[in-house]
Design a protein around this ligand. Sequence first.
Ligand SMILES: Cc1cc2nc3c(=O)[nH]c(=O)nc-3n(C[C@H](O)[C@H](O)[C@H](O)COP(=O)(O)OP(=O)(O)OC[C@H]3O[C@@H](n4cnc5c(N)ncnc54)[C@H](O)[C@@H]3O)c2cc1C
Length: 399
Amino acid sequence: MQHRIVVLGAGYAGAIAAGRLARRLRPEDVAVTLVNPDPDFVERVRLHQLAVGRSLRPRPFAEMFAGTGVELKLARVTGIDADRRTVAVTGVNGAEELAYDTLVYALGSGWDDQGVPGTAEHAEQLASRAGALRLRERLAALDAGRPVVVVGGGLTGVEAAAEIAEARPDLDVALVARGGLGDWLSPKGRTHLRKVFGGLGITVHEHTAVTAVEAGHVVTADGTSVPAAVTVWTTGFAVHPLARATTLEVTDDTGQIVVDRTMRSVSHPDVYAVGDAAMAMGPGDKPLRMSCASGGFTAWQAADAIAARLTGGKLPNVAIRYFNQCISLGRREGLIQYVTADDRAVRAALTGRAAAVYKELVCKGAAWGVANPMLGMPTRRRRVVPEPARTGATATARA
Ligand SMILES: Cc1cc2nc3c(=O)[nH]c(=O)nc-3n(C[C@H](O)[C@H](O)[C@H](O)COP(=O)(O)OP(=O)(O)OC[C@H]3O[C@@H](n4cnc5c(N)ncnc54)[C@H](O)[C@@H]3O)c2cc1C
C-alpha cells in the first residue's frame, strides 16, 4: 500500500515540500497530495506590486508539477483530526475527508489586525492575493492628492509605502511606525531608507501607535487624527487559526506548530509544519522569522527528513542562517541589508539601483526554487522501506 503524504497549503513552503518529496520518493511507494484553494502559485512577496496595478506572471501548478506525481487537490482545509490522522476539506466535490500517514502543514499566515478597532471594516491589507486586489481597486479609485496611510514600519510596510508612492506620485502617502523608521537597519541602511522615502515624498510618523481605524482617518495613541482615504494595515502576520483547534502542540502567543529541527511536530511524530505556520528555532536559538527565506529552508528540511525516515536514510543536518534582508523600495530603488547568521544588521548594505536588481533576482529565484525544489541537483527517487528498517533515521534524529 502506498504511504499517503498530504501537504496542506501551496505557498512557498508547501509547494516546495510537495515537489521535493515527490522527487525524493518512488511514486509507486508514496502518494503525495497537495491541498490548496487556488490552481496557481501566488508570489506573495510581490503582492505590493500587484496592489499598485502591476501584473504578476501566472504560475499554474499543473505546469509546475507536471510529471512529478504530485496530485493537486483544489480545496480548502476546514479541520484536522491529528489523532485519527484525517483532514476535512471542502472543494469542487463538496466536503470530503482525506486520510494521511504523514501530514505536512503549510497553511502560512494572513494579516494581523492586532485587535485594533476598525481594522476589519476600514483597513486594507496585502497579505493575500484577494487583499492585494481589493487594495488595488481602492487605490485606482483615488483622485490626486488623496491621503494613503500605511500602518506598520516593518519590511512589508516599508515596501508597500515605497511601492505606492512610486507608482502614484500624485497621492499623499504616509507611513506610521511604532518605532523609528528602519531602526533595525545599519546606519547606512537607515540613511538610505530616509533618503528614498524623502525622494518619494512619504511622510513618516515615527514612534506612533495607531489605536483605531475609522472611515477617512486613523487615530493615534495621543488622540491625533491622521487623514487616510485608504489605510493599508501591515503590522505583521498571524498564522492560520486551524492548528490551534487541534491537539497539536502550538505556541500560546502565535499559534504556530512547535517543531523539532527536522520540522516534525513535537507532539505528533507523523505531522510536520513548515513556513510561517511552524515555530522552528534558528541560529542563536531564536525563532525563525516568518519569511520566504526561512520558509524554503524549513520545506527542504521537512521533505528530506520525511524521505530519510521512510527510506531508512540519513537525516538532514543543515544549519539555517540568514545572509541578508532584501527590501524593495519601488522598482528603481532597493536596500540589501547584510545580517549576522541570526538576522542582526551588520554595517554593510547594498543600496540604489543595484539593490533593486538584486531584490528582483531574489524574487525570481524564490519562484524558480518552488518549481525546482531540488535546486538543479539530480533527482534520485528512493524506495520506501518497511517500518523496522527505518529506526536508524529516527534514532539519529533524537540524538
Ligand atoms: C507583500 C509581502 C511582501 C513580502 N516580502 C517578503 C520578502 O521580501 N522576503 C521574505 O522573505 N518574505 C517576504 N514576505 C513574507 C513571505 O511572503 C511569507 O513569509 C511566505 O509567503 C510564507 O510562506 P508559506 O508557504 O509559509 O505561507 P503562504 O505563502 O502564506 O502560503 C500558504 C498557502 O496556504 C494556502 N491556504 C491558506 N489557507 C488554506 C486552507 N484553509 N486550505 C487550503 N490552503 C490554504 C494559501 O492559499 C497559500 O497557498 C512578504 C509577504 C508579503 C505579504
